[in-house]
Design a protein around this ligand. Structure first.
Ligand code: HEM
Length: 396
């Protein structure tokens, strides 16, 4: 007998309104129970911090292998990625994808990225006014990631459109995800062409994937999927976090003052940004057997949406969760996920974001927001534009 789907809630968290302003809805879902059936999307949702960690840890019960999207055709397209796999296969794929993303492997990249951030920020600050998304947050990932993955020139100018399509597609089968399917298919074809032509720079992440196939660790047919592991999540996420950081520091000048006075706070401040404005709102799992979450029974074969963005504001875990506080112990947020699927690229994202914030802290004493636009995406929470005027530290 299937367990009753209760408690249940009738909120479309993917409506335009709640996509832009989701936090009150997340609170209602947290208050409704440790696991709640989200009727409009025919999925369970886990919104409390403790239960999010519990579910992410139990990969035997909460499987990623059926895909992490709420849209069935998207789960077909992403089959074979590290993201959409379970142990033990996951561990083999993860070792390949993450081998060049370890702190040790990234250490050699750090000085170059810091230098790029310094140059970029110096030029913008000299101008006094700029767009903190299109002229700053997007620029570093777009220059670092494609080289790191070893991409040829072909396709680079489409990466942002494709990444946005990936995150729309991971949502429910609404208009936004349907509209993104052709772009997702294009990205799949691009990954296929890269894998077949071998046109990936020597020593790059992408070349590492092809090498794994050449020495028999994975079948060659799996290379496009592993390239998708890089092409999907590596850009929009970091762009979102850096944009949100600048917006939050503009709105909370006393927090920026703390960071300027003590730049050693930057790593924690970045965690606090990812906690408060979590770039990826949530991904799915599927139950492999009947289970119980916090006393709520969930049947086998059910979709379960894990809301990282809600867990990061759960009042059961965080004091004053809505407050932006760069001195809070923010390190155990789940904005990069948790457990075996915890973000493989977070080291790179941190290097990029820290470099931008360090370069800004040296030069900018205050930000004034002149105007903003938000992205309307099923999964990514981000600004498409933040126009700012900066006051420089020497008073200009
Ligand atoms: C601020 C930036 C970023 C955020 C917030 C973020 C967030 C996440 C989250 C929440 C997951 C967990 C997925 C799950 O639970 O199913 C994840 C996984 C992953 N991320 Fe990131 N990510 C960021 C940057 C990056 C970058 C720069 C890369 C690549 C260079 C990357 C590559 C990956 C990969 C390959 C996985 C799958 C790991 C696995 O399944 O074992 N991410 N990321």
């Amino acid at each position: 007998m299937t367990a009753a789907r209760t408690p249940s809630i009738d909120i479309d968290i993917y409506s335009d309104e709640l996509t832009l302003r989701p936090y009150e809805a997340y609170r209602q879902i947290r208050d409704a129970g440790p696991a709640v059936y989200l009727a409009p999307h025919d999925t369970w949702v886990i919104a409390r911090y403790e239960n999010v960690r519990e579910v992410l840890k139990d990969t035997d019960t909460f499987s990623s292998a059926a895909g992490v999207s709420l849209t069935a055709p998207v789960n077909e397209i992403t089959k074979g990625t590290t993201l959409a796999s379970d142990p033990p296969e996951h561990d083999t794929l993860r070792a390949i994808v993450a081998s060049s993303l370890t702190p040790r492997a990234l250490a050699t990249r750090k000085p170059g990225i810091a230098q790029q951030a310094e140059q970029l920020v110096a030029g913008l600050v000299e101008r006094g006014e700029f767009d903190a998304v299109t002229e700053l947050a997007q620029v570093l990932p777009l220059s670092v990631v494609p080289d790191f993955v070893g991409l040829p020139q072909e396709g680079r100018d489409q990466l942002l459109d494709w990444a946005s399509a990936v995150f729309n597609a991971i949502g429910p089968p609404n208009e936004r995800s349907q509209r993104s399917l052709p772009a997702l298919a294009e990205l799949g074809e691009y990954a296929g062409r890269l894998a077949n032509s071998g046109a990936l720079a020597e020593g790059s992440l992408g070349a590492g994937v092809l090498a794994a196939a050449a020495d028999g660790r994975i079948p060659a047919t799996q290379c496009p999927a592993l390239l998708l592991d890089y092409l999907g999540p590596a850009l929009d996420t970091t762009i979102s976090a850096v944009g949100s950081a600048i917006y939050l520091f503009a709105r909370h000048p006393e927090q920026w003052d703390k960071v300027r006075q003590d730049p050693k706070l930057i790593p924690n401040a970045f965690n606090e940004v990812v906690r408060l404005e979590t770039p990826i709102r949530g991904f799915c799992r599927q139950t492999t057997r009947p289970t119980v979450v916090g006393g709520v029974e969930i049947g086998a074969g059910e979709r379960v949406l894990v809301l990282y963005a809600s867990a990061n504001r759960d009042e059961r875990k965080w004091q004053d969760p809505e407050k932006f506080d760069v001195t809070r112990r923010a390190g155990d947020h789940v904005g990069f996920g948790y457990g075996v699927h915890g973000c493989a690229g977070q080291g790179l994202a941190r290097i990029e974001a820290h470099a931008v914030l360090e370069a800004l802290a040296k030069r900018v004493s205050a930000f004034e927001v002149l105007g903003t636009d938000r992205v309307l995406n099923n999964v990514i929470r981000a600004f498409s534009s933040i126009r700012v005027r900066v006051t420089t530290s020497n008073g200009v």
